[in-house]
Design a protein around this ligand. Structure first.
Ligand code: SAM
Length: 220
């Protein structure tokens, strides 16, 4: 029997929702319900499963990370999703946030630049029965125009500036949530809401993400 087999992950997950999300004012009941359900430990490397519900990011290979639970919840809540819409995620990583989004929207399109990560995330998501999450390998700074426009776009890596291609792929009334370099002390998580041809950008909080590497991101 592996060490993980003796761990009560349901209990750890419930404690994570109370101790890390509700305590920091995540209040959208749909977000909280979804975090109570999705088995985060399935998305982390086997030897790290005992730490899957801890309050920090974890390595997932290729020098990348699965983000801290609170940050995933905050980004998800900030999208203000209204149900069966279409969502684009840039940076599939482990597939955990895609699973959360898959439970809260109609279809999820997720782009990852590392094939290894995209393949592993696809395997985990299909083993858990998700059929509405579509993953491709590529440069997500350019979005995924084939399925645009999107009700929400979430970028899970830090950009030098807001990619124009992503703003163009937002639906009228849709929101883009993205960490952007602030040129002073790190990154700021921003929300960009599109109304017709105009956008309104607001700051959510300071944050720290791995770099967004691509044509409308940081150079390789
Ligand atoms: N959302 C992920 C999860 O739930 O595990 C966390 C992702 S990790 C913080 C950021 C991811 O963005 C990495 O897997 C990285 O390879 C990916 N990434 C960076 N630049 C990218 C780009 N231009 N297009 C697609 N993926 C990119």
């Amino acid at each position: 029997m592996s060490y993980s087999a003796s761990i009560d992950f349901d209990k750890l997950r419930a404690a994570m929702v109370t101790g890390q999300l509700i305590s920091r004012n995540i209040s959208d009941s749909k977000v909280l319900e979804t975090f109570r359900r999705v088995p985060r430990h399935e998305f982390v490397p086997e030897d790290l499963r005992p730490s899957a519900y801890n309050d920090y990011p974890l390595p997932i290979g290729e020098n990348q990370t699965i983000s801290q639970p609170y940050m995933v919840a905050l980004m998800t809540e900030s999208l203000k999703l209204k149900g069966a819409g279409r969502v684009l995620e840039v940076g599939t990583g482990s597939g955990y946030q895609a699973a959360i989004l898959g439970e809260m929207s109609g279809e999820v399109y997720s782009v990852e630049r590392f094939k290894e990560l995209a393949d592993r995330a696809s395997r985990v998501l299909s083993s858990l029965g998700y059929k509405n999450i579509h993953i491709k390998v590529g440069d997500g700074t350019l979005g995924w125009s084939e399925f645009a426009p999107y009700d929400g776009i979430v970028v899970t890596a830090g950009a030098p500036a807001i990619p124009e291609s992503l703003v163009k792929q937002l639906k009228d009334g849709g929101r883009l949530v993205i960490p952007v370099d602030n040129g002073v002390f790190g990154q700021t998580l921003k929300s960009v809401e599109r109304t017709g041809r105009t956008t309104r950008t607001s700051d959510i909080c300071a944050c720290k993400f791995v770099p967004l590497v691509g044509k409308e991101g940081w150079p390789e």
